[in-house]
Design a protein around this ligand. Structure first.
Ligand code: SF4
Length: 338
């Protein structure tokens, strides 16, 4: 896959994401992570790590992919979006490598393989699609070691690089920020359609897919928009794709007050008319919104309280213990408890 092409003079066009940045010699793209250096585009953040932690896989959030597992999570710097409500702005909007830790793919994979109770590697925290060379190489090595690869992404990526990611990434959580192009234009510096195209491509590929939407008061919290989003997901990705509705808190440049819990609960009800699994997140109380419930008979299949996960109603092969409906396709709690 050609990641960039030569244009007039010294200019190069990056083809990783739909910004398709045209970069003169020495210029960096919108993401801050890729630079035209003497005739080729370099990933300047390759191997530079902003965060490194063994997290519950539920924290990504992934609720239907090896539930109960832990996963080594890594992130770098930069982002191809510029959301004014970014929850990780200190690493996404600031590419200062300075004293950052540096790690080679093979070393990271060795550490992941040696970490007790670890199911794989999650590329997360900042935006991983712009970290193409590092992610694809690491993921290939990790897969060869029998580790799973997970990507938590905004999905704003061109179809070619996405195909390469689909080859090596087992599970995606796509951050669908809203279901309106106006929202994307006004608050993210991107557009909606490429994200929807990514969701469709991943669903079609058969790779594991979950979707998260951060609900912000007055911006993307209308019942009509939720209905359109849930309906679209059901038709284009499938009714079994888990949707996580996450409560917003003021961050970065946005001071809108936090989303009322009642708004999230009302939107959840709407989404549940179209989708089998709708979860609530960031609620601050244990309201049962993160439990996995069998859509056929209502049995609590997985009970979650914070990151305390209990498989309560599933057979070993992921079926509802009561009615036999398939709920989880992957192994349960693959990793040993840490
Ligand atoms: S990955 Fe970065 S440099 Fe490449 S097109 Fe996207 S924003 Fe521009």
């Amino acid at each position: 896959m050609r990641l960039w092409e030569k244009k007039q003079g010294d200019a190069l066009r990056c083809r990783i994401c739909p910004h398709n940045c045209l970069l003169g010699d020495g210029e960096r793209g919108i993401c801050g992570a890729r630079e035209n250096r003497q005739g080729k585009i370099d990933l300047i953040t390759s191997g530079f790590i902003s965060g490194y932690a063994l997290d519950p896989i539920e924290k990504k959030p992934l609720y239907h992919f090896h539930p109960g597992s832990m996963i080594l999570s890594v992130g770098s710097y930069g982002c191809n979006l510029s959301c004014d409500f970014c929850q990780n702005f200190h690493i996404s909007q600031n590419v200062t490598l300075g004293q950052s830790r540096h790690i080679e793919p093979a070393v990271l994979v060795r550490q992941a393989a040696l970490t007790r109770g670890n199911a794989g590697i999650a590329y997360t925290y900042n935006e991983p699609v712009i970290w193409y060379e590092f992610v694809t190489e690491t993921a290939r090595l990790a897969a060869a070691e029998g580790l799973t690869n997970v990507m938590v992404t905004n999905g704003y990526v061109n179809p070619g690089p996405l195909e390469d990611y689909i080859r090596v990434i087992d599970a995606f959580n796509i951050d669908l920020k809203a279901f309106s192009n106006e929202f994307y234009r006004n608050y993210t510096g991107a557009t909606l359609k490429p994200v929807l195209d990514s969701i469709k491509a991943i669903a079609l590929s058969g790779r594991h897919l979950e979707i998260t939407t951060l609900i912000i008061p007055g911006l993307n919290d209308s019942p009509e928009e939720m209905k359109q989003e849930a309906e679209w997901i059901a038709e284009n990705a499938g009714t079994g794709v888990p949707l996580h509705l996450s409560r917003y808190f003021p961050m970065y440049r946005r001071s809108t007050s936090a989303t009322p819990a009642e708004t999230i609960l009302a939107l959840r009800e709407i989404a549940e008319e179209y989708l089998d699994y709708v979860y609530t997140g960031n609620m601050g109380s244990d309201d049962g919104g993160s439990n996995t419930i069998c859509p056929s008979c209502g049995t609590v299949a997985i009970r979650r309280s914070g990151y305390n996960i209990k498989i309560t109603g599933l057979t070993d092969d992921g079926k509802c213990m009561n009615c036999g409906r398939q709920i989880i396709e992957t192994e349960l709690n693959q990793a040993d408890p840490v």
